[in-house]
Design a protein around this ligand. Structure first.
Ligand code: MGD
Ligand code: MGD
Ligand code: SF4
Ligand code: MO
Length: 687
């Protein structure tokens, strides 16, 4: 018997905890704490402890599958590659849609965007940041010139006020939440703004339980009063910002008064006053933390900008214990963006609209040109086009993404998948989406590969191979390489190891230029790290906003707007959806982990006690939840913790899919769907 311990990074959330995989006779059997982990110092949440159980599930894909006579059947790699090469050769660049994966390492994402851009020659590449923190990337880039979180988890622990808005980090980022608890233990104030009294809100000194979709109203009201009380940091605003007068004139309007805001948000005036007092008392030691309660709205980008504005007015940028801290969701969603798996930028955020940068990328890859001058399709546009104009997008290549569960309006997504002429799905399991595929390719999971991923504080850390991938499955980047070779593009994919891919990537990605596998043997490195002797960067924008005109932050007027769908007589309840601590978005991994599945075996609908009385619904009763898009049967959970007039449903469960009812409306800038608000109703299930 041989036992070994392999230190790696958690494949679930963007906290980026480290742990050891325990490997017995070549198979992973357990996890163990790694005390040195810079983020988690040996602690883990339930997914860190039990979330490895899917790795050796008998359901893992072990060979390619090819559709024959309507059935997906096992096939050899030769056969699968031949079918793919023959079909990929049929389509024009604009007829492709490629989705990369925040579940996969930087190396896989770099390979995928290179594959899309030089083999398929398409601009249409995106990944699940679109469904998630794209408004953070777009919003922070607009204000500060960089779309990443400004500070580090360590800053949360030293703050005097942690202002949490739209983040349930106790469930979604438990080890980042631990830093906030460290602040609380030393006396910091904690504010949580959330329509639900979540486990996170229960830890707060002040819970502002506002109605979904009213964050700009609340933030503008706070800014109005900060300005009127003359609490802004004048030196910072004068020297480091443009556009202050515009913002000031907007928030000065009477509609942002405390009185009117209390009415619109449905909260007591006292809670606004309390928040203001602490923002003043703790100025220069206030950290804002946000997540999807802010981003998944048709006003997501403006929500994020409003947070950036308030921190700028207070002079809380570029300082320890401060900043705008976006808790990035998937393990590697930060990295997937950095690698350029996006329709508007190449790796390193080089704009596809800048011909000089496009030439730089083409020259680096040794090709004549790369798609440029056109922003490709975003995920919602890919699905809309497949649904409405299947003659325009005909072929889709999906890696590590399960849109049938995770995109809004599932019925529409299923039809879009059905309409797709040639669909390739590369995953580690068969999924609700792979049912529609023409070819399914077996990728490998984090524990079977060397690689890197980048957490929510821009910390690049290592995955390390602990066991072989099952059967004939391959590393994800190796699969792209094999398809490229089959299609005659092998010379551009001459990598032997993951480190080769990483080294090619850092040669064209300025933020990663100084990071090497050897340097990552320590505690990981936070980008930007421009040279090999650079230690990395914990706090951004200390002296200037590089990349902004005059190096200054851009303030602007932003008005409160209502969600795309509002309640009415027919649909009188606001529905919000989100995550639970036990499961991961589409459930493909965590529902195959025995312990996690036992703790949360199926979906539920949170209903306020008073609403339950009004509708005559009992705790545990199965009801029909319906909207203009569809309906779903789900068991009611009657609790006092959710705001009256608001329902909440988790979205992980295939047998009770929240996305059957959600709205496809999206933010006009980031194209992120409004998962956090739509109008619904319930009725009794017919006996
Ligand atoms: N266990 C677990 N952890 C996860 C995930 C998971 O599926 N399971 N998913 C990961 C991913 S991909 C992501 S992106 C993150 C998500 O992490 P979070 O964003 O923290 O989680 P959510 O449940 O989506 O939403 C957060 C909170 O927003 C609140 N909310 C709803 N509407 C509004 C609003 O209008 N305003 C405000 N201020 N709040 C609102 C909800 O009530 C909810 O409590 O978590 C990551 N971590
Ligand atoms: N209603 C509602 N819907 C939502 C949200 C919400 O709050 N409400 N949140 C949204 C958010 S934040 C996100 S991020 C999306 C996530 O949506 P998805 O990205 O679709 O969900 P996941 O379950 O994380 O993973 C996708 C797939 O990756 C596969 N996979 C895992 N590891 C690997 C690997 O190493 N290689 C390969 N090839 N495949 C792998 C998994 O088996 C799974 O099928 O969902 C969104 N959907
Ligand atoms: S907090 Fe996130 S990264 Fe840490 S163990 Fe839990 S899921 Fe993994
Ligand atoms: Mo996410």
């Amino acid at each position: 018997m041989e036992i070994k311990f392999v230190t790696t990074t958690c494949p679930y959330c963007g906290s980026g905890c480290s742990f050891n995989l325990v490997v017995k006779d070549g198979k992973i059997i357990d996890t163990q704490p790694c005390q040195r982990g810079p983020v988690n110092e040996g602690k883990l949440c339930p997914k860190g402890v039990f979330g490895f159980e899917f790795i050796n599930s008998p359901d893992r894909l072990t060979t390619p599958l090819v559709r024959k006579n309507g059935e997906l059947v096992p096939a050899s790699w030769d056969e699968a590659l031949a079918v793919i090469a023959e079909n990929f050769a049929k389509y024009q660049p604009d007829e492709f849609a490629v989705i990369s994966s925040a579940r996969c390492c930087n190396e896989d994402n770099y390979a995928m965007q290179k594959f899309a851009r030089i083999v398929l020659k398409t601009a249409n590449i995106d990944h699940c940041a679109r469904l998630c923190h794209a408004p953070t990337v777009a919003g922070l880039a607009k204000v500060f010139g960089s779309g990443a979180s400004t500070n580090s988890f360590d800053d949360l622990a030293i703050a005097d006020l942690v202002f949490i808005i739209g983040s349930n980090n106790f469930e979604a980022h438990p080890l980042a939440a631990r830093r906030i608890m460290q602040a609380k233990e030393k006396g910091a104030h904690i504010i949580v703004c959330d329509p639900r009294r979540t486990p996170t809100a229960k830890q707060a000194e002040l819970h502002i339980q506002h109605r979904p979709g009213t964050d700009i109203q609340l933030l503008n009201c706070l800014m109005k009063n900060i300005i009127e009380n003359d609490w802004i940091d004048h030196e910072f605003v004068e020297n480091r910002t443009l556009g202050y007068d515009d913002l000031k004139a907007c928030v000065a309007q009477d509609k942002y008064s405390i009185e009117n805001t209390a009415k619109i948000c449905g909260i007591p005036e006292e809670s606004i006053k309390q928040a203001l007092q602490w923002l003043h008392e703790c100025q220069h030691k206030t950290a804002f933390v946000h997540c999807l309660g802010i981003t998944q709205h048709t006003v997501g980008v403006d929500n994020v900008r409003s947070i950036a504005f308030i921190q700028t007015l207070l002079g809380n940028i570029g300082k320890p214990g401060c900043g705008v801290n976006a808790l990035r969701g998937q393990n590697n969603v930060q990295g997937s963006c950095d690698m350029g798996a996006l329709p508007n930028v190449y790796a390193g955020y080089f704009s596809v609209m800048n011909p000089d940068l496009a030439k730089k990328v083409a020259d680096y890859w040794g090709v004549e040109s790369v798609p440029q001058g056109q922003i490709g399709l975003h995920i919602p546009e890919m699905l809309d086009t497949l649904y409405e104009h299947p003659d325009k997008v005909k072929c889709m290549y999906l890696m590590g993404e399960n849109p049938v569960i995770s995109d809004p309006n599932s019925k529409m997504v299923e039809q879009a998948m059905e309409n797709c002429e040639f669909l390739v799905v590369q995953d580690i399991f068969e999924t609700e989406t792979s049912r529609y595929a023409d070819v399914v390719l077996p990728g490998s999971c984090y524990a079977e590969e060397d690689g890197t991923q980048t957490n929510a504080e821009r910390r690049v850390q290592r995955f390390r191979k602990a066991q072989d991938a099952p059967g004939e499955s391959k590393l994800d980047w190796q699969i792209m390489k094999m398809i490229a070779e089959k299609m005659g593009y092998g010379q551009y994919f001459q990598w032997e190891t993951s480190e080769d891919v990483f080294n090619e990537m850092r040669g064209i990605t300025p933020q990663y230029a100084g990071i090497t596998y050897a340097k990552l043997e320590g505690d990981g490195i936070q980008w930007p790290c421009p040279t090999e002797d650079h230690p990395g960067t914990a706090i951004l924008h200390i002296n200037e906003f590089a990349g902004m005109p005059e190096g200054k932050a851009a303030l602007e007027a932003v008005e409160h707007r209502e969600p795309a769908e509002v309640v009415d007589e027919e649909y009188p309840i606001w529905l919000t959806t989100g995550a639970t601590i036990w499961h991961w978005p589409s459930g493909s991994m965590t529902r195959r982990c025995e312990q996690l599945d036992k703790d949360a075996p199926t979906a539920w609908l949170e209903i306020n006690v008073k609403d339950a009385e009004k509708y005559g619904v009992k705790d545990g009763e199965v009801v029909v939840l319906y909207s203009r898009r569809g309906e779903v049967e789900v068991a009611a959970r009657v609790i006092p913790d959710i705001k009256e007039g608001v329902f909440f449903m988790p979205f992980h469960f295939t047998e009770a899919r929240a996305n059957l009812v959600t709205n496809t409306a999206y933010d006009p800038v980031s194209k992120t769907p409004e998962f956090k608000v739509c109008a619904v109703n319930i009725r009794k299930k017919e006996a």
